[in-house]
Design a protein around this ligand. Sequence first.
Ligand SMILES: Cc1cc2nc3c(=O)[nH]c(=O)nc-3n(C[C@H](O)[C@H](O)[C@H](O)COP(=O)(O)OP(=O)(O)OC[C@H]3O[C@@H](n4cnc5c(N)ncnc54)[C@H](O)[C@@H]3O)c2cc1C
Length: 401
Amino acid sequence: MGLGGCAAQSAAPVTAPVPKPASTVLQMDRPPVLAPVRAHSDRFFDFKVCIRPFRTKGPNLDVEQVGDCLVVHNYGHGGSGWSLSWGSADMAVAKALSGSPKEIAVVGCGIIGLTSAITALRAGAKVTIYTRELLPRTRSVRANGSWTPDSRIALTSEAPAHFGDTWEQMARISWKNLRPYIGMAGNPVAFTDHYYLTDAPRGTPQPVDPTWPKLPPPSWTGGPTSSEDFAKYSDRIKDITAHTQELPPDANPFPVKYAARSTSMFFNFTEYGHLLTEEFFARGGKIVMRDFHAPAELGHLPQKVVIDCTGFAARDFWQDKAMVPVRGQTGWLIPQPEVNYALTYRNVQILSKSDGIMVMALENGELKGYNNSDESVNRAESERAVKVIEDLFAHFPVSRA
Ligand SMILES: Cc1cc2nc3c(=O)[nH]c(=O)nc-3n(C[C@H](O)[C@H](O)[C@H](O)COP(=O)(O)OP(=O)(O)OC[C@H]3O[C@@H](n4cnc5c(N)ncnc54)[C@H](O)[C@@H]3O)c2cc1C
C-alpha cells in the first residue's frame, strides 16, 4: 500500500501542533549543556590570601633619581595587575630606555616585574631581575586571574586628571599583547563564558542574605565610603570586550530566576607564568635573588636604570602614603576540566581554571578588604561562599519541561 492509502485510513482529526513562541535568544547564542560544579567544602585543596597593591592615585609610573641611578616606578595596580601589566610595562620601559642604556635592572618578579623585564628584553636591552621572591611565591599568583582592568585601580577623587586616557592606553596595549597567548597549548590565557545569576532583575536591589558578614566599621578616615568611589573606565574599551546578554527563562540553564551572560578573558597562572619565565631566560635575562632594605641600595647596582616593580611592598620601601592594602581571599576546589565557565551568584564568584575552581566571596563590593593587610586564611569565609554554590547546584539543572 502506498503512502496515500495509509493517510486515507487515518480517521482521527489531526490537531496542528501549537507553535512555541520564538525565543529571543538565537540558536547560536543558547548556552550549551553545562557540567555541574562539585561544590563541597571538603573539595577545597587550597586557600590563597593576598593584598592588592591599591594606590588611591592609580599606579605610580613616575621617575626619580636615587644617587646616580634613574628609577622608573611601576607599582600600585590594585586588582588589575594581571590585566594591565603589558601596557604598564610598555610605558615604564619607554621611560627606562629613553636614555638608551644597554643594561637595566628590574626589581621584583611578580607579573609586573616579569612583563617589564620581557618588554625591555624584546626592545633589545640586557636585563637583570633582582628580587626576593620568584613568581610562584609572589602575591601575583594569589590573585583571581580574570581580565579586570579597572578593578580597584584608583579612587575617582584622587586619580590624576588624565588618568582615564593613560588607563585606556594601558588596557589596549595589554589586550594586544595578550592576544598571541590565546590558543596556545595549556591555555595560558583563555576566554570563558561568565553567567551572572540574580534573584531579582539585574540592576535592581538584590535581597540581602542575612548570613553574610556586614562591612566592619571603617578603619580609615575619609573616602572611600562605597564602591562608587572607585574609578571605573571599562566603558572606554567596550569595542574590544563582549557585552552582557540577558538570558530569558527558556535559555537560562540555572535554577535561578534571572541570568545574564558575558564572555571574558582569564589567566591560567601556571601555564602563563611558565611561558613568561621561559621567554625571559630564552632572551638572555638573568635573575639575582636579593632583598633590598632601603632605596639607597639601588644606587649601588651596576645598572644605572632600574624599573621598580615592588607591588604592595612599595608602600614601606618608598614611604608611599597613597598605597592602601586591600585584602582578598580565594578558595580552590579540585579541578574539573569538564566545567568550562564562570558564574557569579549571591556575592560569590567561581571561575573554572586548569589548576582548580576558584571560589571568591564578593560581599561589600570594592570596599571588601579595604585597608586590611591581614594575609592569614579565614577558612569560614570560603566555606560560606562554597555553600552558596553548593545550594545552587543541588537544584541543577533546572527542568526545561
Ligand atoms: C585576591 C586578589 C584577586 C585579584 N584578582 C585579579 C584579577 O582577577 N585580575 C587582575 O588583573 N588582577 C587581580 N589582582 C591584582 C593583581 O594580583 C596585582 O595587581 C598584581 O599581582 C601586582 O603584581 P606586582 O608584580 O606589582 O606585585 P607582586 O606580585 O607583589 O610582586 C612584587 C615583587 O617585588 C619583589 N619585592 C618587593 N619588595 C622587594 C624588595 N625590597 N627587595 C627585593 N624584591 C622585592 C617581591 O619579591 C615580588 O617579586 C588580584 C589581587 C588579589 C589580592
